[in-house]
Design a protein around this ligand. Structure first.
Ligand SMILES: *[C@@H]1O[C@H](CO)[C@@H](O)[C@H](O)[C@H]1NC(C)=O
Ligand SMILES: *[C@@H]1O[C@H](CO)[C@@H](O)[C@H](O)[C@H]1NC(C)=O
Ligand SMILES: *[C@@H]1O[C@H](CO)[C@@H](O)[C@H](O)[C@H]1NC(C)=O
Ligand SMILES: *[C@@H]1O[C@H](CO)[C@@H](O)[C@H](O)[C@H]1NC(C)=O
Length: 751
């Protein structure tokens, strides 16, 4: 048997005297009773060859291995746990792990692996967990996983997968959880998930899946491929529509379809998900929803963050939910007297329509896929359609004239048309009444049409228009009457134009505006005349990314309903604290890529009850007041201050609800003022990357790994300099001087 070392690993490795032992490689720490070897953060370029053969756990995190050659672990055949996280690995040669038949857990996260070869994981016949998160995987070769018959969990999140080929996961006979979140998947081969008979959780969230009506193959769950799946997460994919039987999974209980772009959902979409109990449809673009056929056990249906219009269209759903005991989450955006009413408290009788406000019969008749119910209602006959356009009246009710060189908006679309796609033509100018006979149209695409001017009343008569896309045109201003006659318009896209002012007066004509996109324009200030509360009182999301905004008037953002505000990539020099003072529902604000050097005390106080996400990356920020985040508490979920010039970070310990924190790329000064941060990092269950840049001897080290803090006074940080403009150097208060004086040895808190 090996040696028993005199020195047991201390929590603080730095204090550890060099271990003398034949079988413990230099640079490593060994624990012979636990048969553990750790060689962490040593910039090793090879796997140490003197690791004792009997080792069970080998931790090589944070080294510089680059390539794992064939048979790399020949000398340690008994390993059960192998950690190769953050080792700069670009390539795993075939057969690299061939001798590791007892390995249970393999961590390859945070490397630079781009291809998973056919034999990359050969020999890992006992492996249960394989972590490949945060690599650059873009290709999975056929047979990559065939030897992993015992694998339970495969994590491939934060990679660069675009496509999953047929049978990619063949051989995973015991897989329970497959995690493919945060890739760029936009295509799944029809047999991509074939053979995963034991899979119970599938995570496909944060990808680019964009399901089209015709192309049902981009959704998993066809033809009962995944018989045991109970949890499916497809959130944060840009899908706009789910057709009949989109998701067929006999055992599915939890389905996450939130934060997609769903504009419609067939009532048959979940026709083959009989056991579904939780359906999350929050943050989509649904205006109403029909009762869903299929699920009989549904207990909760989440419609939070959808622009649900509470009129008689919603009555069937409300009744169905009441009878079936389904809890409806979410609230109405209109009509005005019901704005913000909870769906759960609405009664069927309260859901009324004005005389003349008709039900959308046509969408009910035509939601069926072809081939199922014969289109008895509408006999097929010659369709009228403008020259150089295609119109479909029987199935999708779409008309498209995309990129056909039109110079005038064509006329004479079928009256049943619901979507009009006119993008990439050369209209230059949209005269008044350009869309006669299109009162059923819900969505109009006019992107890339070189439009310079829109005459007053151009869209008049489009009384069901809900989405209007005017992105990437040449608009420099908007006629105040450009949008009159659009009572239902909810989503307006004006990004990529040349607007020099917030188009307040034109917006005042749109009573139901919910989401407004103004990214990539030339707006330089937000003036009180654009006052949100008076011109667009119903607005919830405002995107102003990449303008030239340098000032915001103090009343400009007054809005009781505004929830999302993106002001990133502008020219702000301070947090618009005062302008936010009446934005009491703000949940997300992005201030990244401005030039805000100092964030003063109580900067977000007025939105502290509602704010969930705060982004302040790359702002050249040099200092945050110790009270910059004062008032914020458990509600804040995400805070990012990446790529600034911060030497210190305020105390985060009251932000107990944080799920994401990004402090990377700041020149942190690793001294006592940072102690609260270090303490906090030790106590939270979050991966927080923070690196010291000074004092020089600590440059490049992780805040987590250094130990100067043990000499700091117990009470934490000395007061930092306040109120004054940022100072690159830390002013030495008595407490700091005391702290940087020679360390008194303190009892380290054991973990
Ligand atoms: C790690 O080693 C490589 C080459 O072996 C060297 O270029 C690099 O500077 C080293 N990095 C550190 C942080 O020591
Ligand atoms: C409903 O969705 C919102 C937003 O995604 C979420 O915060 C909330 O927790 C969900 N509620 C339930 C019961 O799932
Ligand atoms: C801002 O817009 C310009 C022009 O469209 C583009 O070149 C630039 O990359 C954009 N910047 C950001 C940060 O999106
Ligand atoms: C915030 O803005 C930055 C810079 O434009 C962008 O990279 C980032 O994705 C945005 N974050 C969120 C959450 O919108």
């Amino acid at each position: 048997m090996g040696f028993f070392f005199a020195v047991i690993l201390l929590p603080i490795l730095v204090l550890c005297p060099p271990v003398e032992a034949a079988k413990c490689p230099r640079m490593c720490n060994c624990d012979s009773s636990k048969l553990t070897v750790a060689c962490v953060g040593k910039n090793l370029t090879d796997i140490p060859s003197t690791v004792d053969e009997i080792t069970l756990k080998l931790d090589l995190k944070n080294n510089n291995l680059q390539v794992l050659p064939r048979g790399a672990f020949l000398h340690t055949p008994y390993l059960t746990h192998l950690n190769l996280q953050s080792c700069n690995i670009v390539k795993v040669k075939e057969g690299a792990f061939r001798t590791l038949g007892r390995l249970v857990s393999l961590n390859l996260a945070h490397n630079k692996i781009d291809i998973l070869y056919q034999e990359s994981f050969d020999g890992l016949s006992s492996l249960k967990e394989l972590n490949l998160d945060n690599n650059r995987v873009e290709e999975i070769q056929p047979g990559a996983f065939t030897q992993l018959g015992f694998l339970n969990m495969l994590a491939l999140t934060h990679n660069q997968l675009v496509y999953i080929p047929n049978m990619a996961f063949q051989g995973l006979h015991n897989i329970k959880w497959l995690r493919l979140s945060h890739n760029s998947l936009n295509n799944l081969a029809p047999e991509a998930f074939t053979g995963l008979f034991t899979l119970s959780r599938l995570s496909l969230d944060h990808n680019e899946l964009e399901h089209q009506q015709e192309d049902i193959t981009s959704l998993p769950g066809q033809a009962q491929q995944l018989p045991e799946v109970t949890h499916l997460d497809m959130s944060h994919n840009p899908m706009t529509y789910l057709g009949e039987d989109s998701i067929s999974m006999a055992k599915l209980t939890h389905l996450y379809l939130d934060h997609m772009s769903l504009q419609d959902l067939s009532d048959q979409a979940l026709g083959h998900a009989p056991l579904l109990s939780h359906l999350d449809l929050s943050y989509n673009q649904l205006r109403y929803l029909e009762p869903l056929s299929g699920p009989t056990q549904l207990t909760s249906l989440n419609l939070t963050g959808n622009p649900i219009y509470c009129n008689c269209f919603m009555r069937p759903l409300r009744e169905w939910a009441r009878v079936g005991g389904v809890k409806l989450l979410g609230s109405c955006v209109g009509p005005p007297h019901l704005s913000d009413e909870l769906l759960e408290t609405m009664t069927a009788l309260g859901l009324r329509c004005r005389p003349g406000e008709t039900l959308k019969e046509e969408s009910e008749e035509n939601d069926e896929q072809p081939g199922n119910t014969p289109p008895t209602v509408k006999p097929q006959h010659k369709v009228k359609c403008p020259v150089n356009c295609d119109c479909d009246v029987s199935f999708s009710q779409h008309a498209t004239c995309e990129g056909r060189g039109h110079t005038k908006v064509p006329r004479g679309f079928p009256t049943v048309t619901q979507l009009l796609d006119l993008r990439s033509n050369h209209f230059h100018y949209i005269p008044k009444n350009s869309f006669p006979g299109t009162s059923k149209v819900v969505s109009v695409h006019l992107e890339f049409c070189k439009i310079r001017e829109i005459e007053s009343g151009a869209f008049r008569g489009m009384k069901n228009l809900f989405y209007l896309y005017l992105s990437d045109n040449d608009l420099t201003s908007l006629d105040p009457e450009a949008f009159v006659g659009l009572p239902e318009l909810t989503y307006l896209h004006l990004e990529g134009n040349r607007l020099i002012q917030f188009p307040g007066s034109a917006l005042a004509a749109i009573p139901n505006l919910f989401v407004l996109h103004l990214e990539r324009n030339a707006i330089s200030k937000l003036e009180p005349t654009g006052l949100l509360s008076s011109v667009t009182p119903s607005l919830r999301e405002l995107y102003l990314t990449n303008n030239t905004i340098s000032s915001i008037a103090k009343d400009a953002l007054d809005s009781a309903l505004l929830g999302v505000l993106h002001l990133d990539s502008n020219q702000l020099t301070e947090v618009p604290t005062q302008a936010l003072s009446k934005a009491a529902n703000l949940e997300e604000i992005n201030l990244s890529h401005n030039s805000i050097r100092w964030v003063g005390p109580y900067a977000f106080q007025s939105v502290s009850q509602s704010l969930k996400r705060l982004n302040m990356d790359k702002m050249d920020m040099e200092q945050m007041s110790r009270d910059a985040l004062a008032g914020l508490g458990a509600g804040l979920r995400a805070l990012t201050v990446r790529g600034n010039k911060l030497q210190e970070v305020p105390d985060l310990s009251l932000l107990t609800g944080l799920e994401v924190v990004d402090l990377q790329d700041n020149p942190l000064l690793c001294d006592c003022p940072l102690l609260p941060l270090r303490r906090w990092m030790e106590n939270v269950n979050l991966e927080v990357v923070a690196t010291c840049s000074s004092p020089p001897e600590l440059k490049g080290q992780k805040v987590r790994d250094i130990h100067v803090f043990k000499s700091c006074p117990e009470t934490g940080s000395p007061p930092q300099t306040e109120k004054t403009k940022p100072k690159p150097s830390l002013k030495k208060t008595p407490a700091v001087r005391a702290a940087s004086a020679k360390p008194k040895v303190k009892k380290e808190k054991d973990r």
